[in-house]
Design a protein around this ligand. Structure first.
Ligand code: IMP
Ligand code: MG
Length: 176
């Protein structure tokens, strides 16, 4: 058995997706001093690129949540492995996620953050698989809708591998 990855969104395309998102978010949040909440580990690279193009005062914090383990299907069980260090009471919050698939992780996280009485909670996701949605969740900023295939790279993993690819690739497992 061997694995293969096939580039689907290249470096320059990613850069323009990030710039477009940053332009929109900058228009909406100028003067507001929001807290960006990056969801680790997958959103690590995306947050790093996005925040450097946001032209307003902000704070950045991270949460670590577990979703899939080594499987490629959602368990629906979300565990918070590392919580925020910033108090988001009365703050504008922007959750920054790598990919929304079933929506289970984000709907859980949004409810969790809303229970801390922030001023607002918005969601920004680099990628979105609308055909896989199981629960309704409003994504305020979407980089790119993709078909139902498993992706890796640009921070996104399969069983902790391929996060270091500088582009988004389709992950394939092939039997020899
Ligand atoms: P959801 O709860 O099903 O929306 O899953 C969200 C999380 O699952 C994302 O933040 C990813 O970390 C992970 N995930 C979903 N689809 C993929 C994929 O194609 N590749 C890698 N991780 C994925
Ligand atoms: Mg994730």
């Amino acid at each position: 058995m061997h694995t293969a990855v096939e580039k689907t969104i290249g470096e320059s395309e990613l850069a323009s997706i990030v710039s477009d998102l940053a332009r929109k978010i900058t228009v909406d949040y100028k003067g507001k001093n929001p807290v960006l909440v990056g969801i680790l580990k997958g959103a690590n690279v995306f947050v790093a690129d996005l925040m450097r193009e946001l032209d307003f005062m902000l704070e950045v914090d991270y949460m670590v949540v577990s979703s899939y383990g080594k499987s490629t299907t959602s368990s629906g069980v979300v565990r918070i492995l590392k919580d925020l260090t910033v108090d988001i009471y009365d703050r504008d919050v922007i959750i920054v996620e790598d990919l929304i698939d079933t929506g289970l992780t984000l709907s859980y996280l949004k409810e969790n953050l809303l229970s801390r009485s922030p001023k607002s909670v918005a969601i920004c996701s680099l990628l979105n698989k609308p055909s896989r949605r199981k629960v309704d969740v409003t994504i305020d900023y979407v980089g790119r809708d993709i078909e139902d295939y498993f992706v890796v790279g640009y921070g996104i993993d399969f069983a902790e591998k391929f996060r270091n690819l500088p582009y988004i690739a389709r992950y394939k497992e092939e039997l020899d």
